[in-house]
Design a protein around this ligand. Structure first.
Ligand code: ASC
Length: 151
């Protein structure tokens, strides 16, 4: 390898080793961001849950509105789990999120896939279809919480 080429390789190696640039001013902001997205998502997922569990009357339009919010929110929390945000705020996130990030990413990507199906089900306007999609989505929520959330 010529000197110029080895310099290029060394430069590339250093660039790859650098952490992704922080998107948040401080860890607390990243923690609040992910918790806020999850909170809004849970509020609207809960409204759909109330309908499918018979605690609220079925309202097809309201279900679609909530499912749209759930689908949008489901894309957001993950950016808030950036390196260095395992502490610095009030969080129940487990260290495994940062010690095995590829596995966490693979898991997190399951949620938007499922919430798109939830939205499609809501748009069908059929409570039984919505029930099934709700249960499938809740399963993805739960498996991530079981693995990556303390208590
Ligand atoms: C919800 C909510 C969750 C999930 C989870 C599913 O309504 O807020 O985090 O469902 O409890 O088991």
């Amino acid at each position: 390898v010529k000197p110029a080429a080895s310099l290029a390789i060394a430069t590339a190696a250093v660039a790859l080793a650098l952490p992704a640039s922080a998107e948040f001013a401080k860890p607390e902001d990243a923690i609040k961001y992910r918790q806020s997205a999850l909170f809004v998502m849970a509020q609207h997922f809960g409204r759909i849950g109330a309908m499918v569990n018979g605690r609220a009357p079925y309202d097809g339009a309201a279900a679609v509105t909530s499912a749209e919010i759930v689908a949008d929110m489901s894309k957001l929390p993950w950016a808030g789990f950036e390196p260095g945000t395992d502490k610095g705020g009030n969080t129940r996130a487990k260290p495994e999120i940062w010690s095995a990030p590829a596995k966490f990413k693979e898991n997190s990507e399951k949620l938007p896939v499922e919430t798109i199906k939830l939205l499609a089900a809501a748009k069908m306007g059929n409570l039984d279809t919505l029930k099934t999609a709700f249960a499938n989505t809740a399963g993805v929520c739960k498996s991530c919480h079981d693995t990556y959330r303390k208590d």
